[in-house]
Design a protein around this ligand. Structure first.
Ligand code: MG
Length: 385
């Protein structure tokens, strides 16, 4: 896979400075949204990304460790420089390698995945309102207008250590990843995000610019930063000197070591044992489940149609992976078409539930009786033969 990216950042229509920042260091992509007075936000977001990029280039640690180092850098600067005391920043970053993306995330910037016509938010906002929504205290709709919707629960630079969300996302050709600051998502609803992303397929730069315009069009109350990554077929491009322009070694370091072929034999056998145990467990569960299902099905009865006749079935009128979950217990001589001509039995072919075999038999007798009654009525009114 290779990535084609587009990026746009804008101060918005209300703020005086742009405290957002982004990094494009293929295959590393990141957005950061700084906060704090007296340019503190700007310092925080840039210092954080600079720290991550330096360590990424130097193959120093995993991406999460690089972000942890960025947290420490912002925290220490904030503690030592009175002009920027209390500053902080969000950070949402992705390293893309082969057919997966490794995502790390702190704060309320977001990552989305657009795949096959569906837009999915990959990250979880570390905000007060999101926590309230998850606890069922307020609705998503209430969160959008909540007076404390700006309160962030986690950001870089607040404490010596920060909890970092990490996840791996498998990628397929045609995927589109969106990394953005909240200046986009508070202004532009998700259905509109998706519409713009879909309307600009194949043109990530245009996508980024149109999303920023949409946020400004809606009021632009905050800085807006948008990174759009298109996942395309093919190899990463080469630099002028013929070496890959994408630092795959840095990616490998950042994403953590791939599963090694030379793992210790003891680990291999432990794994083999574990997988065998899991497989046995699954087989056992299936066997118990099937036995239970069989017992339960044997206790189920209904009246339906077999060979054009009203019939009593044992089981339920359905199939599971092509296996019928019922069989005929008794086929009667009552023509099904005649029964179904009566409105009460119009649904006979779908099955009429019964509590037991006796109950099913009673229902059959009721059908027989109802047909006789209908026949008598037809004869009485002269409509019948
Ligand atoms: Mg913001």
């Amino acid at each position: 896979m290779r990535i084609e990216s587009g990026v746009a950042t804008d101060v918005g229509r209300v703020r005086e400075g742009n405290e957002d920042a982004f990094a494009i260091e293929p295959p590393l992509y990141a957005v950061a949204d700084g906060m704090g007075g007296h340019r503190g936000g700007e310092v925080a977001s840039q210092l954080a990304l600079q720290t991550v990029v330096e360590r990424f280039r130097a193959h120093q640690g995993s991406l999460a460790e690089q972000v942890q180092a960025a947290n420490r850098a912002v925290y220490e600067r904030s503690a030592s420089d009175r002009k920027v005391t209390g500053m902080g920043t969000t950070l949402t970053a992705a390293v893309v390698s082969g057919d997966r993306a490794h995502l790390v995330h702190v704060g309320d910037s977001r990552a989305y995945l657009l795949r096959a016509g569906a837009l999915r938010q990959l990250t979880d906002d570390h905000t007060l309102v999101n926590r309230m929504v998850k606890a069922g205290e307020i609705s998503a709709r209430e969160a959008a207008v909540h007076p404390h919707r700006n309160v962030i629960l986690r950001a870089l630079g607040q404490d010596p250590d920060v909890a970092i969300d990490e996840q791996d996302v498998g990628l397929i050709e045609g995927d589109r990843l969106l990394l953005c600051s909240d200046g986009l998502t508070v202004m532009v609803p998700e259905d509109q995000l998706q519409a713009i992303l879909e309307a600009t397929a194949g043109a990530p730069q245009e996508a980024a610019e149109r999303l920023v315009r949409a946020a400004n069009g809606a009021g632009g109350i905050d800085n807006i930063t948008v990174l759009v990554l298109d996942v395309l077929e093919g190899e990463p491009p080469l630099a002028d000197d013929g070496t890959p322009a994408v630092d795959e070694e840095a990616a490998a370091a950042a994403m953590g070591p791939p599963p090694s072929a030379e793992e210790p034999a003891s680990l291999r056998s432990r794994r083999w044992f574990r997988w065998t145990a899991i497989a046995l467990g699954v087989v056992l569960a299936l066997a118990v489940g099937l036995a239970g299902l069989r017992t339960w099905l044997d206790s189920q009865w209904y009246v339906g149609v077999s060979n054009g006749h009203v019939a009593i079935f044992q089981g339920i009128p359905a199939d599971l992976f092509g296996f019928e979950l019922s069989h005929v217990a008794e086929e009667t001589d009552i023509p099904a078409a005649e029964a179904m001509a009566l409105p009460v039995y119009a649904e006979l072919a779908k099955g009429i539930n019964a509590n037991s075999r006796e109950d099913a038999a009673a229902r059959v007798e009721q059908i027989r009786k109802d047909l006789r009654t209908a026949q008598h009525q037809r004869q009485a009114t002269g409509a019948g033969s």
